[in-house]
Design a protein around this ligand. Sequence first.
Ligand code: ATP
Ligand code: MG
Length: 238
Amino acid sequence: MTALLEVEDLKVAYGKIQAVKGISFKVEAGEVVTLIGTNGAGKTTTLRTLSGLLKPVGGQIKFNGKSLKKIPAHEIVSHGLAHSPEGRHIFPRMTIEDNLRLGAFLRNDKAGIDKDIQRSYDLFPILGERRKQAAGTLSGGEQQMLAMGRALMSQPKLLMLDEPSMGLSPIMMQKIMATIAELKAQGTTILLVEQNAQAALSLADHGHVMEVGNIVLSGSGHDLLHDESVRKAYLGVD
Ligand SMILES: Nc1ncnc2c1ncn2[C@@H]1O[C@H](COP(=O)(O)OP(=O)(O)OP(=O)(O)O)[C@@H](O)[C@H]1O
Ligand SMILES: [Mg+2]
């Protein structure tokens, strides 16, 4: 069986700056796969390329057996990829509920959409309590919940999350990580980019460590969590 997502020798550049220098990895259906690594390693660039926002200069991206290379960004969602971007990008003046509805812009099954909005409220009760409030009034962690809920509204085959724990308090971070674990238990396939290597590797099936545009180490979440070089570089353990 082929993987849901197959990335092969992917290269992405901003002009002369080579941000991603030929990386390969796979995501099987039902898995959580994480990309970890230091600032500027190329993690966000990789997700933005998978979303069609950046065009690769080399390599292949296959999703569900089909090449994504020629598919424009606005059509990528209809193929089953959803992206919760770094920095969230919610619409601050719109209500929470309208932000969620935007995530379903390609669907016209009203009953199904209403059901999935309720699912977001079940995952994140605070969003349900505030549904008529402007999204800009939410705290950082609550905005992160909204960004995840909105990405789920397209019923993605693959959910890509870019630094969902960024800037959050430890308690809020735990809540977000617990939700990712819950989504995984429900069968959602997730590509997770995180600075918090400990949290990401603890729940990932597979992980890849990126450094300056390359994948330098790959393994199961468990093995990477116990790898000496990862512990020293990313987990702050001597
Ligand atoms: N729009 C851009 N123009 C030029 N260079 C860019 C642009 N966006 C990113 N870069 C560069 O590409 C490299 C990879 O950046 P990227 O945002 O993918 O890193 P990252 O792994 O997501 O880092 P972080 O953990 O800080 O979010 C960096 O050297 C960055 O400066
Ligand atoms: Mg980034």
